[in-house]
Unconditional design. Structure first.
Length: 106
């Protein structure tokens, strides 16, 4: 085996959010976890709500995106064309109308 290519091996202390502590072998000296065998619902048989990093909020955010209507490419093109036509209809047809509009602005 090559020398100095393997990571340092520690007797790591694992600390759970419930306060439970135990040691394992690892490449880091300390590990912090949110759920361990002492508080996990599967092992304890108790129902416990575990929300890590706002899963509920992330789900609600995705749900609100679903409610918004997404336009297809053809619908966007159609709306753009309608807006262009509307702008052209608002433009003056004759030079006299153009002069009249410019006098109103000044």
């Amino acid at each position: 085996m090559k020398v100095q290519i393997h990571p340092q091996w520690y007797q790591a202390e694992v600390v759970c959010a419930c306060g439970n502590k135990f040691t394992v072998g690892a490449t880091v000296p300390k590990i912090e976890v949110e759920v361990c065998y002492n508080c996990h619902p599967f092992y304890t048989g108790q129902m416990k709500y575990v929300d890590t990093a706002g899963r509920v909020d992330a789900f609600r955010a995705r749900l609100t995106k679903v409610d918004t209507k997404v336009l297809s490419k053809t619908e966007k093109r159609k709306l753009k064309k309608e807006r262009k036509i509307q702008r052209e209809l608002e433009r003056p047809d004759t030079l006299a109308e153009l002069r009249k509009e410019s006098r109103k602005k000044n």
